[in-house]
Design a protein around this ligand. Structure first.
Ligand code: UDX
Length: 435
């Protein structure tokens, strides 16, 4: 099967490489000459475990290629995936569909024969209809079926999620697309991955509903953590106690500094906007967005309290900058708010992250980036664990104590146990596990 993928960003690259690994012939198209040159030279511009190898292997075997030139690749393809970015529009939180619509025009102009056009980018309900309209308006004789096939990839585990999905959702209005879409995913049927065919609008909505639900779960447990702090409870035990109920489930119940990343913040905001516009506001999701935004800002207060009420003139060491481990992605990372608020309060910030410092440097000013957690902790009045990278899970606390100025550990991911940390002479603050 011949597949073209428009957009060699995170979703496009992972999908393209995995489709090639299934045995399909895949061309990834991108408008950024630097990115394409890099990929043609065998270098992958994003950090995702296993992706480099998969790209290299399939490139070598001739199943995966990269190009700037969309038209020939689209003309050849049986199925064209739209995997371009849908950033939040500045100001109103709605998804910016400029790139999706421009991809639709490119496809209209270049498609030959019957072509299945699939939106993989996360797009608001009704975008499939708009893509179909644009293709018809651009070139009425283009013979296409427009499908919605949302991705549910977690950064850092994207290949695993792609190859062992909980489900595959395919939303279509034109029955002719069913067979080719089944063909695209056939290799996964062996593992009996559930495939769900639905209407196109429903598929678009499933993606937003899934992310909004998971974001709600996280926000719920974060509020329970605050309540635990207020009344003296242990949020990890609360999470386990409710998670063992099969109707609730134990996943996505880790309290922390609030959710970030490229999906949850953007998708919850976009869902809120769509719902408001449609006259069916999602008040629950509105609250989730507001509570999470506020939470990220308020995490710095925890540090200030742990430092005795002020961080003015003090040095704070931040361990972990990315929104979660195993990625270099800084988008909407809680660390951005924590660092900003601490600087506003007069602190000097040092920071370390195994993969994210290059991206972080573009978004932060006045931060001293360090090459190891211990270098970062030098002279610190508090060490703050913001992202739970494995390298921070077993810090040598005795060594750390000789390096810092004041032994204070603020653990925003509940990685450590209080008695152990206190035994090493540190003052310890965590999230919702009581004193
Ligand atoms: C998410 C979805 O999981 C994925 O299905 C979707 O397609 C894209 O968005 P991702 O953003 O890569 O994936 O990361 P995820 O592991 O889901 O974490 C998102 C955020 O929630 C992170 O900031 C993480 O730290 C936070 N989180 C997650 C918690 O605070 N607690 C949890 O229990 C789980």
């Amino acid at each position: 099967m011949k597949i073209a993928v428009l957009g060699a960003g995170y979703v496009g690259l992972v999908s393209g490489a995995c489709f090639a690994d299934f045995g399909h012939e895949v061309v990834c198209i991108d408008k950024d000459p630097e990115r394409v040159a890099m990929l043609m030279g065998g270098r992958v511009p994003i950090f995702e475990p296993g992706l480099d190898d998969m790209v290299a292997r399939n490139q070598r075997d001739g199943r995966l290629s990269f190009t700037l030139d969309a038209a020939p690749a689209i003309a050849e393809a049986d199925v064209v995936f739209i995997a371009v970015g849908t950033p939040s529009r500045r100001g109103d939180g709605r998804a910016d569909l400029t790139y999706v619509f421009s991809a639709a025009q490119d496809i209209a102009r270049a498609a030959t024969g019957f072509t299945v056009v699939v939106t993989k980018s996360t797009v608001p309900v009704g975008t499939g209809d708009a893509v179909q309209r644009i293709i018809r308006d651009t070139r009425p004789e283009a013979d296409v079926a427009v499908v919605s096939n949302p991705e549910f990839l977690r950064e850092g585990a994207a290949i695993e999620d792609f190859k062992r999905p909980d489900r595959i959702v395919i939303g279509l209005e034109d029955e002719r697309a069913r067979e080719p879409m089944s063909e695209v995913y056939r290799p996964l049927f062996v593992n009996q991955a559930p495939v769900m065919f639905t209407g196109r609008r429903t598929a678009e909505l499933i993606k937003y509903a899934a992310n909004a639900f998971l974001a709600t779960k996280i926000t719920f447990i974060n509020e329970m953590a605050d309540l635990c702090e207020a009344v003296g409870g242990n949020v990890q035990e609360v999470a386990r106690g409710i998670g063992l109920d099969n109707r609730i489930g134990g996943k996505f119940l880790h309290a922390g500094p609030g959710f970030g990343g490229s999906c949850f913040p953007k998708d919850t905001r976009a869902l809120v906007e769509t719902a408001r516009e449609s006259g069916a506001p999602t008040r629950l999701v509105e609250a989730v967005v507001a509570v999470n935004d506020q939470r990220k800002k308020r995490m710095a207060e925890k540090v200030v309290r742990a430092c005795g009420g002020s961080v003015a003139g003090k040095t704070i060491a931040i361990l972990g900058l990315t929104f979660k481990p195993n990625t270099d992605d800084m988008r909407e990372s809680p660390a951005l708010d924590v660092v900003h608020e601490l600087q506003q309060a007069g602190a000097t910030v040092r920071a370390h992250d195994p993969e994210g410092m290059e991206q972080a440097a573009k978004l932060m000013t006045g931060v001293l980036f360090c090459d190891s957690p211990y270098h970062c902790a030098e002279g610190a009045d508090a060490v703050v664990l913001v992202t739970e990278w494995d390298t921070y899970r077993a810090l040598d606390l005795d060594r750390l104590k000789t390096i810092v100025n004041v032994p204070v550990l603020v653990d925003l991911r509940n990685v450590y146990r209080r008695p152990e940390v206190e035994r090493h002479g540190f003052t310890y603050a965590d999230v919702g596990r009581g004193a």
